[in-house]
Write a protein of this length. Structure first.
Length: 327
């Protein structure tokens, strides 16, 4: 079933990842009415990858309760050009190089299509419908396997001159630090994302083999099997080493957040993603440390909030890209 702008006030949100395509029908209030997912064909041809996306859309829209939609918003891996909807050269979707994703989808479904990266789109969803609703200067970060960020000013994504603005995860806070996947040293992503947290715990366990921790129990005795997810489980069970590791993560996140505040003067900070959820008990700790790392005189007055959309941030974000077009 193709979209029909005369029948439905809903938007189809599409979240494209390296392994899956998630789709959802989203109403004018940001509620996801129905959703589904299909595998993504990331390593084949450009057409095969496009067919994976359209198969996910068709599967949802042709179902009995799928309904029709008046526009399509897509979260796609970057780099991309949000003005033209062209995907440039995403490392996790090597089949798409300078691929006109928006035009390709629009020509099939005959509805308006918008494309942006996941963090920008999720930031807009939080501003339109989520934790940042009612705020004007929003900084959003999703912290998980990596760190993605988005900036929304007066209800609009800040893209910068070429569309590449908002790469806050690749701000370096230690130019002697470890190499990041982007090639720079000491990016906050290399120091505070999930893999870095796991590596920090593995180093501690290796250096102090006599120190008991439930992290190792959860990993069935294998230090190499320790992940940030297991650290979160151990922390919730009261493990001291897990708490120590998470506090060290707070130590590196706080100066980064202080830099963000000094640069942007946001009226709200929103954190999403699996690692952010794990760190939520430490949000007050971060705020209490901010005066040491921030010249902003009212930094501690800025709310630090957990994102409203969890695993569905990509679907909601895609829909938010088209939310101003709702009739």
């Amino acid at each position: 079933m193709t979209g029909n702008s005369t029948q439905s006030g809903s938007i189809l949100g599409v979240d494209i990842g390296g392994t899956k395509v998630a789709v959802g029908l989203v109403d004018r209030n940001g509620k996801i009415l129905k959703q589904g997912r299909k595998p993504m064909m990331a390593t084949g041809t450009a057409d095969a990858a496009l067919e994976a996306v359209t198969a996910a859309i068709d599967s949802l829209s042709s179902s009995a309760s799928g309904g029709v939609f008046q526009s399509i918003g897509i979260c796609a891996p970057g780099p991309l050009d949000p003005k033209t909807g062209v995907v440039l050269n995403p490392p996790n979707l090597t089949c798409w190089r300078n691929f006109p994703l928006a035009d390709s989808i629009a020509s099939k479904y005959r509805v308006p299509v918008k494309v942006d990266n996941d963090a920008n789109a999720a930031a807009l969803a939080e501003t339109r419908w989520g934790a940042a609703r009612g705020f004007h200067y929003v900084f959003y970060a999703t912290i998980g396997t990596g760190i993605g960020t988005g900036i929304v000013l007066d209800g609009r994504i800040y893209h910068g001159n070429t569309g590449a603005a908002g790469e806050g995860g690749h701000m370096s806070i230690d130019y002697h630090g470890p190499f990041c996947g982007c090639g720079k040293r000491g990016c906050i992503e290399a120091l505070a994302a999930g893999p870095a947290i796991g590596a920090r715990a593995r180093a501690k366990l290796g250096a102090e083999p006599s120190r008991h921790s439930s992290i190792l129990d959860l990993a069935q005795g294998s230090i190499s099997a320790v992940t940030s997810e297991l650290i979160g489980q151990a922390y919730r069970a009261g493990d001291p080493l897990a708490r120590e590791v998470l506090l060290e993560t707070v130590e590196v996140l706080t100066p980064w957040i202080g830099n963000i505040i000094d640069l942007l003067d946001p009226d709200v900070l929103v954190m999403g993603g699996g690692v952010a959820a794990m760190l939520k008990p430490f949000f007050d700790e971060i705020k209490n440390r901010l005066p040491t790392w921030c010249v902003h005189p009212r930094a501690t007055d800025i709310p630090l909030l957990m994102a409203h959309y969890g695993a569905d941030a990509g679907i909601a974000g895609g829909a938010a890209l088209c939310s101003q077009d709702l009739s």
